[in-house]
Write a protein of this length. Structure first.
Length: 313
């Protein structure tokens, strides 16, 4: 009898303690669940959202963002998401629409309040002026979607995310504003270093595997002399590769930029023929282990690129 009573009292105390410990978090709002299509957007959303958000990216940074294999875990994340942020401009057209559809989450449907297309905030290059046909390859009909590789676009997108988060959680608006400002200030600082690193190489020509780099090249004053893909998304052909090699010899182009998910066979043979150098640049956060955020992405890529420029005068 006494033991039972004691046990009751103990349970009651435990119950009270539980209620007490649960009470504050029950009042505080839970974290906004954000899913992003890519790791770069995840890095920006995390920078702005801080501890008020929980961010997951669907694509990994070492994957080709045009082709991402659907996994059941993605559906679970999308089902619970408050906000989905996409690169847009049809970058994810091959894999994301069915996932959004199957998630059954009305918030993140394209017309829903939790769907954010980040391309609306960015400066977009290569918007086609003619009608796009299949014969042109995988041309993105609304412009080049690889816009996150210009630091100024990251600033614009981060601000767009800040405004969206503030609209969704007005009580945290000041917090998001302050976090965006801190990100923007740091970007200004880092940008000065990056621009100084790249200053000696302005005007240098490079070739790239895919047209992933126009915004990047534009920002740093580099010039694209061609692509290994004869048309966007179309694998290399011998005739196009020979043309490239001839052009590179003629114009003294030595640098070959390749994304980590492409086969190095053709880039390596071009390098052998031209005395050039293949540089595997990461186009996204997480492309290498050490690239843990947006700032690390540029530190990594510019470190490799400046070394390659120095080695191929
Ligand atoms: Zn592309």
């Amino acid at each position: 009898m006494r033991i039972l009573e004691k046990r009751h009292i103990a349970l009651a105390i435990l119950g009270l303690a539980l209620v007490h410990s649960l009470a504050p978090s029950a009042h505080a709002q839970s974290k906004l669940k954000i899913v992003t299509a890519t790791t770069d957007l995840a890095s920006l959303a995390q920078a702005v959202g801080g501890d008020r958000v929980e961010v997951n990216s669907i694509a990994r940074g070492y994957q080709d963002p045009h082709f991402v294999e659907a996994k059941p875990s993605f559906l679970l994340q999308l089902r619970q998401a408050d906000l989905l942020i996409v690169v847009g401009l049809q970058l994810e057209i091959g894999w994301l629409p069915p996932l959004i559809n199957q998630s059954g989450n009305p918030r993140i449907q394209t017309s829903g309040p939790g769907y954010l297309d980040a391309s609306q905030f960015a400066k977009i290059l290569e918007v086609p002026t003619e009608v796009v046909t299949r014969a042109m390859g995988d041309v993105h009909p609304f412009g080049n979607p690889h816009y996150w590789l210009d630091p100024e676009n990251a600033r614009r997108v981060a601000q767009g995310i800040e405004q969206k988060l503030a609209a969704m959680r007005s009580g945290d608006a000041a917090y998001f504003q302050q976090r965006f400002q801190a990100f923007s200030d740091r970007l200004t600082q880092e940008s000065k270093t990056w621009d100084a690193m790249m200053q000696p190489y302005r005007g240098r020509k490079v070739i790239t595997y895919h047209r992933s780099w126009p915004n990047f090249l534009d920002h740093f004053g580099l010039v694209s002399a061609g692509e290994i893909e004869p048309r966007p998304g179309i694998p290399p052909t011998p005739s196009h590769t020979i043309e490239l090699i001839n052009m590179m010899k003629r114009d003294n182009v030595k640098i070959i930029l390749v994304e980590p998910y492409f086969d190095l066979k053709t880039p390596n043979s071009i390098a052998r023929e031209t005395g050039g150098q293949v540089v595997v640049l990461a186009p996204s956060v997480g492309g290498e282990k050490e690239i843990t955020d947006y700032f690390a992405l540029f530190n990594y890529d510019l470190g490799l690129l400046t070394k390659a420029f120095q080695a191929t005068k």
